[in-house]
Design a binder for this molecule. Sequence first.
Ligand code: DX5
Ligand code: ZN
Length: 224
Amino acid sequence: MPRDIEISPSILASDFARLGAECAALGEAGADRLHWDVMDGVFVPNLTIGPDVIAACRPHSELPFEAHLMVVNPDELVSRYVEAGCSTVMVHAEACPHLHRSLAGIRDLGARSGVALNPHTPAAAIQHVLSVLDHVLVMTVNPGFGGQTYISETERKVSEIRAMIDDGGHEIDLEVDGGIGADTIAAASRAGANVFVSGSAVFGHPRGKAAAISEFRNLAQQAR
Ligand code: DX5
Ligand code: ZN
């Protein structure tokens, strides 16, 4: 039984002066979860938001929050994001020398454990941590900025990870992040993703956020 298709708009593309209202509007537009891009200016060359901002937005939405931590030393910070109301916390494999421990630590805090992989990081990076993993995020752009071009070479990795998950009978979501929109979501879905982050394509859709989310969901569903 394939896992549900979910659309996870990235807050990075929202109006930061109206964050609470943006979160509420995404729920009304039919989003399944909200994706928070946390950048530290070290792991990636950009700075965004931290746990206090996410906590301030938590009362404005009933959707699950997921934190995508593009930071060095994420272990020290994970509890802050769980306390802020994130039910899934994703760390980058490239930032975690002890990835198994990092993922188990997220679960110990009562959250779903996620790992993000940069475009060049092979699928094998998660092969030996599947038992402590709830969520995989395959970066389909180099992390750091919204609005970049989708890297289609990453689809082969998505397919490899889909096979790993299914062959092992694991209950793990497979999400793609970066450059996802009307032109790319079908291919990512066909490759095996079931959760789709979308920032600029949701916020910049000519017919609005609700139309974008329903169009993207249909395209992903039809491509299965
Ligand atoms: C990039 C972030 C993405 C980004 C997606 O580092 O992880 O979540 O905001 O934005 P779009 O959909 O505009 O590529
Ligand atoms: Zn992200």
